[in-house]
Design a protein around this ligand. Structure first.
Ligand code: FES
Length: 166
């Protein structure tokens, strides 16, 4: 017996829902998966320096890094957490990087604030060339040691990871 219209619709919803779950899972995995040390290496020619406002973090997805500005200075910060390699997103509400895996917090300059990371966020060389920001992700410089707070940028109480502020 041929399936009824209702059965066809139900089957369609199940297939569509299943595809949505797979797509959401893949997107989440791609955004949060740990990166290998050399992944995403290359030269990135970006926007002019004025495009990066104070205390902002701009994600460069293709290079897996952020361009940030802290107290006037520009940084290229690897999105790979120095602890165990999780992708560290920037939280606009707190003005800080918050690792979703074990809760390390870094300020907008990538300096360690608290949590299990052994150092601040690793950096890539950044230079200004012909009025553009140029970042070389083939080179990874270890982040600043624990306790380094050369850029005392404000971190607000609101957290993206659900924890209470300091
Ligand atoms: S991987 Fe970031 S705190 Fe553990």
């Amino acid at each position: 017996m041929a399936p009824t219209r209702r059965e066809l619709l139900e089957a369609g919803w199940k297939v569509g829902g299943g595809l949505l779950v797979v797509a959401a899972g893949w997107t989440t995995w791609e955004a949060l998966r740990p990166l290998g040390p050399g992944e995403g290496g290359g030269l990135f020619v970006l926007a002019d320096p004025d495009s990066y406002p104070e205390a902002s973090a701009t994600w460069v997805r293709e290079g897996r890094f952020f361009v940030t500005r802290a107290q006037g200075e520009l940084f290229a910060l690897s999105q790979r957490c120095p602890h165990l390699g999780c992708t560290v997103p920037f939280c606009d509400a707190s003005g800080a990087f918050e690792c979703p895996c074990h809760g390390t917090i870094f300020n907008v300059a990538g300096e360690w604030v608290r949590g299990p990371s052994p150092r601040g966020m690793d950096r890539h060389p950044l230079r200004i060339e012909d009025g553009r920001v140029v970042v070389n992700t083939a080179v990874v410089e270890q982040g600043p040691p624990l306790g380094t707070r050369e850029h005392d940028t404000p971190i607000r109480d609101a957290r993206c990871n659900g924890e209470a502020g300091d």
